[in-house]
Write a protein that binds this ligand. Structure first.
Ligand code: G16
Length: 562
């Protein structure tokens, strides 16, 4: 039996705002933090039920809004193997979050228990954490009320990064088994990462200090701990670490700022010398963007696509050196945001698949390869080694010392990489390992291929749900007719490509465009755009498509994107 009286008692203190609709989107619920009290309370109960459904396995709950502005917050659920909540439960989450009253909520819970055949006598176990957002403490107490209402055995992981929470979930659920993922503590996580990193860079030249822009978020805490574990092996300099000053989180810094604005966070401008590398994390440290200044002091971005190219090529090389290339196939997963040049570069070497935005889609597609490398252009990604690949690596008998070395490197990579989800710190160490092995600076890495000029624009519309896509989000099916207009526009640009999709984490429609040159026939543009010559046409195309989107959505002409 559900403890209906207890749930009712707590639920009355966390009533749903009457006029709001909540949706479990790309990365869970995400909206203004001060509207999320009832949602988070209900998620506490849902997480407990999910655990009961899975025979008492531990479920993760992360309270964060990642790259979103500071006033936003959100919550995502983590399944027992450390991956995102199974898609069919997203609908349950949305349904529970929108029940209009306590009675409606109790009814929805009872129906859920019945339809998903939950055995209520099973234990409910949850581990939870939050990022540094000011709305976090109040939302955590709503979550804890949810746990109390259902009688969940809850473990508080405190303020930590999203990928550390994913690590903990997997470590807890595999503890004592032959698939043990590591000690179920932050210490276990940092020890695992730093030990494998040190083995992988043993004998290599010590890299120059790396500047890390922590986005004024929880990555600053994790970065400081990582420094202790890495010791002398790799000097890190943390910047944008003010986690308690209101208004600073992700503000003019962080991975999303760098990717969208394609420039340095202003606070780093005076710190970087030509040739020096740096990287940015996002608000919960699951995304990573690299960059450097070239010899003329020009900003050069090394995004998720560049990370995928670097890492995939390295793993392919090691697999070959280990003598396993006929048995282990490496594949790459991208989204429509992947730069066209990266897709071309990778597809000439490896199988490449395109899926809709969202780590959950990339992760599942990557599981189909022996080694699946997935990165979103925004810097969110990881590498998955299938169970049979990991077994093969452990049992393979190398026939030469060179094979043995490559095999050991691969085994150490399986330890260094957080295979549960994108992890900025683990990915950063991975990048540094590859750069050390290849003796690459940012320049050589960047020259693997040349990015097509591109631009991402956000358009604020009345109702983003009116925008529906197909073909891995590359084409719009609704509003009707808009895709044809976009196609007409794109045809006027050489190397032109553009797509439009509703964001699943912010209340905007996103427009992406690539373009090299504009066709002569198109004439002048009504847009005056102050950017470097190279990017001019991509920016122009992006803003023209954004204009179409804006007109279609019936926006106020004075706020039309320009
Ligand atoms: C989340 C997802 C990512 C996605 C991003 C943007 O990232 O985990 O997979 O790329 O949102 O999604 P959308 O374009 O739908 O807003 P994060 O780092 O914010 O959790």
């Amino acid at each position: 039996q559900l403890p209906l009286n207890a749930i009712k008692h707590y639920s009355d203190a966390h009533s749903k705002p009457p006029d709001l609709h909540f949706q479990y989107g790309t990365a869970g619920f995400r909206t203004l933090g001060n509207t999320l009290d009832s949602v988070i309370f209900r998620v506490g109960i849902l997480a407990g039920l999910r655990s009961k459904r899975l025979d008492g396995k531990t479920i993760g709950v992360m309270v964060t809004a990642s790259h979103n502005p500071e006033q936003d917050n959100g919550v995502k659920l983590v399944d027992p193997r450390g991956e995102m909540l199974e898609a069919s439960w997203e609908a349950h989450a949305t349904l529970l979050a929108n029940a209009s009253s306590t009675d409606a909520f109790l009814e929805a819970l009872t129906a859920l228990v019945k339809s998903t055949k939950i055995d209520l006598s099973k234990p409910a176990r949850v581990v939870y954490a939050r990022d540094t957002r000011p709305s976090g403490p109040a939302l955590i107490s709503a979550l804890e009320d949810g746990f109390k209402a259902l009688g969940v055995e809850a473990r508080d992981a405190g303020i930590t990064t999203t990928p550390i929470l994913h690590y903990l979930v997997k470590a807890i659920n595999t503890k004592g088994t032959n698939e043990s993922y590591g000690e179920d503590s932050e210490d276990g996580y940092f020890t695992k990462l730093s030990t494998s990193f040190k083995k992988l860079v043993a004998g290599k030249a010590r890299p120059d200090p790396l500047i890390i822009d922590c986005a004024n978020g929880v990555g600053a805490h994790a970065g400081a701990k990582l420094i202790e574990y890495l010791g002398d092996s790799f000097p890190l300099v943390l910047e944008n670490t003010t986690t308690s000053t209101p208004g600073t989180l992700n503000e003019s810094c962080g991975a999303d700022f760098v990717k969208t604005m394609q420039r340095l966070p202003p606070t780093l401008a005076n710190l970087m010398k030509p040739g020096q590398r740096a990287c940015s994390l996002d608000g919960d440290a699951d995304r990573l963007m690299y960059y450097y200044l070239d010899e003329r002091g020009q900003f050069r971005m090394l995004d998720g696509d560049k990370i995928a190219a670097l890492v995939a090529a390295f793993i392919v090389e090691l697999v070959k050196l280990a003598g396993l290339d006929s048995e282990i196939k490496v594949g790459v997963v991208q989204t429509a945001y992947a730069n066209g040049a990266s897709t071309k570069y990778l597809a000439e070497r490896l199988p490449v698949k395109c899926v809709p935005t969202g780590v959950k889609h990339l992760h599942h597609a990557a599981e189909h390869y022996d080694v699946g490398v997935y990165f979103e252009a925004n810097g969110h990604g990881t590498v998955l080694f299938s169970k049979s690949t990991q077994d093969k690596l452990k049992s393979h008998e190398p026939s030469t010392p060179a094979q043995s070395t490559a095999l050991n490197h691969l085994i150490n990579l399986t330890q260094l990489i957080n295979q549960t989800v994108g992890d900025a710190l683990s990915d950063m160490l991975l990048v540094e390992v590859v750069l050390a092995h290849k003796s690459y600076s940012g320049v050589e890495w960047n020259s693997l291929y040349a990015d097509l000029p591109n631009r991402l624009v956000k358009v604020v519309v009345g109702d983003r749900n009116g925008f529906k896509t197909e073909d891995a989000e590359r084409r719009l099916v609704s509003p009707p007719g808009l895709q044809t207009k976009i196609d007409d526009l794109v045809r006027r640009y050489e190397g032109g490509r553009s797509f439009v999709r509703p964001s699943g984490t912010e209340d905007v429609v996103r427009v992406y465009a690539e373009a090299v040159v504009k066709s002569q026939a198109d004439g002048g543009s009504p847009y005056f755009i102050e950017v470097t010559e190279t990017y001019k046409f991509a920016v122009e195309l992006a803003f023209r498509v954004a204009g179409l989107v804006y007109d279609e959505a019936g926006g106020d002409p004075s706020r039309r994107p320009k």
